[in-house]
Design a protein around this ligand. Structure first.
Ligand SMILES: Cc1cc2nc3c(=O)[nH]c(=O)nc-3n(C[C@H](O)[C@H](O)[C@H](O)COP(=O)(O)OP(=O)(O)OC[C@H]3O[C@@H](n4cnc5c(N)ncnc54)[C@H](O)[C@@H]3O)c2cc1C
Length: 384
């Protein structure tokens, strides 16, 4: 069985590795000249970590990634919610640069011997199992996967009804050096919100190698807040504790508006659509990449346990989609209401996906790895 995959992002690579592990031959097409992750930092919750383990990327990704001991929310300078995480508490969360995550997944793909063709742009697919590339080549496959991101050309070529929505806020994502932001509460993930005199938010997340990820949210209609390069005076005045880090941002960053993409169907014939191409969502629950990788893994599992590929794709969607729809709807609600400004939602509604044991993973193996990683992390911090 052979698969052609459009897009070497988190979804496309996870699908490629998972299919390879199940005996498929795979080829991945990436339109960029270089394999690299766009963006700054990323949160990977426990469900995403389980997928990383299933595809053989977890040890590389966990090594060095930041495991914050606490997650707090501060509103106008006052702590409104706090959770111990990553220890005895069942919430597992790692923060890292996107390049760190990508490198770990790419290394797993290289170990599996997966062919990734760069400068190879997919422009369309046909339901009988054909991927069309820019330049005129058409490639036949038992399974074609559209993993070419939120503006997917492959998805659009299939004529699947697609509802898109943009929200009132957007984010500038930057990486800076942590500098003196080390130790005590500065090792936590901290969600800083301000509603007076204007609505602004900085999600503060330490990463590997002394890097600091700041996701800087502002309303689209706030010309000063959404200005690029960021106005260090405006942001520094709103979040004085972070002013030294904000002062180093300079011209980094791009303003991305929150958006959702919702499809009528995740497959057409032998074509499956995964990741942001299928279900982009606001980053309010930090689940987009986690779900993209989860659905890539469950897709590989589905098409490998049933000889009828087209029927297995329908079953895959019927089994897996409800959790993604739930998470997308909740993310959209949090984007619309800005309810995270009143504290992280540590409930089943918010964390259902994070707590989910993904199809294609084995819980007991992960628990063992988790114990080892937590012990190593404590040793590194000199706590044990
Ligand atoms: C501000 C922000 C913060 C986020 N934070 C988090 C977070 O903390 N945790 C989390 O889990 N998720 C987060 N997400 C969501 C996450 O970034 C996405 O869900 C994830 O990147 C989707 O992966 P993907 O592989 O589907 O798409 P992409 O990452 O977009 O990858 C698509 C790949 O396909 C390539 N490509 C595009 N078009 C073509 C083509 N025609 N032919 C060939 N190749 C093509 C692209 O170059 C790219 O390499 C965030 C999103 C945003 C906007």
């Amino acid at each position: 069985m052979h698969a052609e995959i459009a897009g070497a992002g988190f979804a496309g690579l996870a699908a490629a590795i998972a299919l390879n592990h199940r005996g498929w031959s795979v080829r991945v097409h990436e339109k960029q000249a270089e394999l690299r992750a766009f963006g700054a930092g990323i949160f990977i919750w426990e469900n995403g970590q389980r997928v990383l383990q299933a595809i053989g990327a977890y040890p590389d990704v966990a090594r060095g990634a930041h495991q914050a001991p606490g997650y707090e929310t501060r509103r106008n300078g006052v702590c409104v919610s706090f959770e111990n995480i990553n220890g005895s508490n069942p919430f597992l969360l790692m923060t890292m640069t996107r390049q760190h995550l990508y490198a770990g997944i790419l290394a797993a793909a290289a170990r599996a011997g997966i062919e990734i063709v760069t400068r190879s742009e997919a422009i369309a697919a046909r339901p009988e199992g054909v991927l069309e590339l820019k330049g005129g080549r058409s490639l036949k496959a038992d399974l074609v996967i559209a993993a070419d991101g939120v503006r997917s050309l492959v998805r659009d070529s299939l004529g699947v009804a697609c509802a898109r929505k943009k929200y009132q806020d957007g984010i500038v994502r930057v990486l800076v050096e942590r500098g003196d932001f080390v130790g005590g509460a500065w090792d936590h993930v901290i969600d800083f919100w301000a509603f007076e005199p204007r609505t602004l938010r900085i999600l503060y997340a330490p990463c590997e190698d002394g890097r600091l990820y700041m996701a800087m949210m502002s309303p689209r209609d706030d010309a000063e807040g959404s200005r690029l390069p960021i106005d260090a005076r405006v942001w520094g005045a709103t979040f004085p504790m972070l002013a030294p880090a904000i002062a180093t941002v300079g011209s980094r960053g791009r303003y991305d508006v929150y958006e959702t993409t919702r499809l009528d169907a995740w497959s057409v014939g032998r074509i499956a659509i995964i990741g942001d191409a299928a279900h982009a969502m606001p980053p309010t629950l930090a689940q987009g990449a986690c779900l993209a990788m989860m659905n890539a893994l469950s897709l590989a599992e589905a098409v490998s346990t049933d000889a009828d590929t087209i029927a297995s794709l329908k079953r895959w969607e019927a089994t897996e989609r409800a959790l993604t729809d739930h998470t997308q709807a909740r993310s959209a609600e949090l984007a619309r209401t800005r309810a995270l400004g009143s504290g992280m939602q540590w409930d089943d509604i918010g964390l259902r996906a994070a707590r989910h044991v993904p199809t294609g993973t084995r819980g007991e193996d992960f628990d063992r790895a988790r114990t080892t990683e937590a012990r190593d992390a404590r040793r590194t911090r000199g706590e044990a």
